[in-house]
Write a protein that binds this ligand. Structure first.
Ligand code: ADP
Ligand code: MG
Length: 449
């Protein structure tokens, strides 16, 4: 079968690579793809924009594509799935209505309240003065979120009243356009973040292995937020009892409540969680697609053919697929970015050493790369991710950094402590994580890809 993947990040490269491991998948197309998908055997990039639904659908039909998988949130929020379904073309992802769970934070909050899902206390504003008044007597720090899609730039953790007020003034002043014309103000939760990506056919929901991301740019979880500087799976934070709570208190109620609203959600539902000191899993946000870089660590551990899972979701027969199978290994992904990320970066630098890294067991998933005259050059903020598997997290970390040592491009940056939390498994009680980003951490950021 032929599969089409929509997007251009490390996530999409990992999806394309995993699909092509299956005997059943003969050809993958990526729209628009990157330098990694361009050089993956049996994979071809197609130069169309992710919001050109007519072009994408026509391509899928002409090529006889059996399934389209949408990696990126933007086309989902714009309704690519509705467009495909209207033409009876199989596609993995939620409809525009379902994608609101990511594209509107206030909509997601409302759904969580209706479903009884634990989440930070919050209020929604469409008016600056009302928001400023509400702010008056709140405890600090406080979290201010633009309602709409903001490419990772929409959340500020404010430590002072001045900072909180300035953020509101900017948002209501149009700094993020429409995305910031509605604002969610919510209580700050301390704890450990955990990513639970689950696949669902709208009835049954199955979590994938739990992963943890490293959001901050610098070692020791300092510096600005990024799209993610590395990840590891499975997360030692997730005990069996915590997983049961997450399924019963979060995943199943979310799907049931979506269904009650007439939304038949088929695709990936990603719960970004904060596990607080008493062990309660709170939802920080939902995403309507696979996470990046988490997907680069999760899919290499997956033993069930990916296309079987995706098709079972789109054909609403996930229950009968049975339990998903996993390799009993640990997986660590270190992201290499470009100097200046997450702000403005230079592109066009030659990348060397990928062959050597691969020989040493590294799975090199590309993000911001492209082929220029048959040479691989940098083409974005996050350039690539190197994933290694091993029986322990410790060994996987060593292997990933060892493989990464071979790779070079001008201005390459990466964190040196990816996976550190997996080495010293700590209960949330003993972990002072996600506490206190400094005000300078919260600068304006360019799109975090
Ligand atoms: N209520 C909260 N308490 C503490 N930290 C938060 C809270 N909400 C968000 N954050 C932090 O901000 C990051 C981004 O917030 P999130 O809601 O995931 O927005 P987005 O991913 O759309 O930018 C989170 O990964 C988390 O580190
Ligand atoms: Mg997030």
């Amino acid at each position: 079968m032929k599969v089409l993947v929509v997007g251009s990040g490390g996530r999409e490269h990992a999806i394309a690579w995993r699909l092509l491991q299956s005997a059943a998948v003969t050809q993958v197309f990526c729209i628009p793809g990157n330098g990694g998908t361009a050089t993956l055997p049996n994979c071809r990039n197609v130069s169309l924009s992710v919001d050109d639904f007519e072009g994408i659908l026509r391509f899928a039909q002409v090529q006889g594509v059996a399934l389209t998988v949408v990696g990126h949130e933007l086309p989902l929020a714009l309704g690519i799935v509705d467009f495909f379904l209207a033409a009876n073309a199989p596609i993995f992802g939620p409809t525009r209505a379902g994608a609101q769970i990511e594209s509107s934070k206030s909509w997601a909050k409302e759904l969580m309240h209706q479903a009884g899902i634990p989440t930070a206390m919050s209020a929604v504003f469409t008016d600056l003065n009302a928001a400023l008044t509400y702010l008056g007597d709140r405890t600090l720090p406080i979290v201010i979120k633009a309602d709409g899609l903001a490419g990772g730039k929409g959340v500020t953790i404010a430590h002072t009243q001045d900072e909180a007020q300035a953020t509101l003034i900017q948002l209501f002043g149009g700094a993020l356009g429409d995305a910031g014309s509605t604002v969610v103000i919510e209580e700050f939760l301390a704890g450990q973040e955990l990513s639970i990506l689950a696949v669902t056919d709208g009835q049954t929901i199955r979590p994938l292995l739990p992963a943890q991301d490293h959001k901050r740019l610098e070692d020791g979880d300092r510096g600005p937020n990024t799209g993610g500087m590395g990840a590891y799976a499975p997360s030692p934070l997730l005990t069996d009892s915590l997983m049961i709570r997450i399924e019963q208190e979060i995943l199943q109620p979310a799907i049931a409540t979506l269904r009650q609203r007439g939304i038949d959600y088929r695709g990936c539902l990603y719960a970004g969680l904060m596990i607080t000191s008493d062990g309660t899993p709170y939802v920080i946000e939902f995403n309507c697609r696979f996470g990046d870089p988490e997907t680069q660590t999760i899919l290499p551990l997956l033993d069930t053919p990916l296309e079987q899972i995706l098709l079972a979701c789109t054909e609403q027969r996930l229950e009968s697929l049975g339990a998903l199978k996993w390799l009993p290994q640990c997986s660590v992904c270190v992201v290499a970015a470009a100097q200046g990320y997450p702000q403005k970066v230079e592109t066009g630098h030659f990348i060397t050493g990928i062959g050597k890294a691969t020989e040493q067991g590294g799975l090199v998933f590309h993000a911001g790369t492209k082929l220029k005259n048959n040479s691989l050059v940098t083409h974005g903020g996050r350039v690539l991710g190197i994933t290694c598997l091993a029986p322990t997290h410790k060994e996987a970390i060593t292997r990933a950094y060892h493989a990464l040592d071979n790779i070079y491009y001008e201005g390459m940056i990466f964190r040196k402590d990816i996976g550190h939390r997996a080495l010293a498994p700590s209960t949330p009680e003993t972990t002072a994580l996600n506490s206190d980003p400094t005000p300078e951490d919260i600068g304006a950021q360019s799109a975090l890809e």
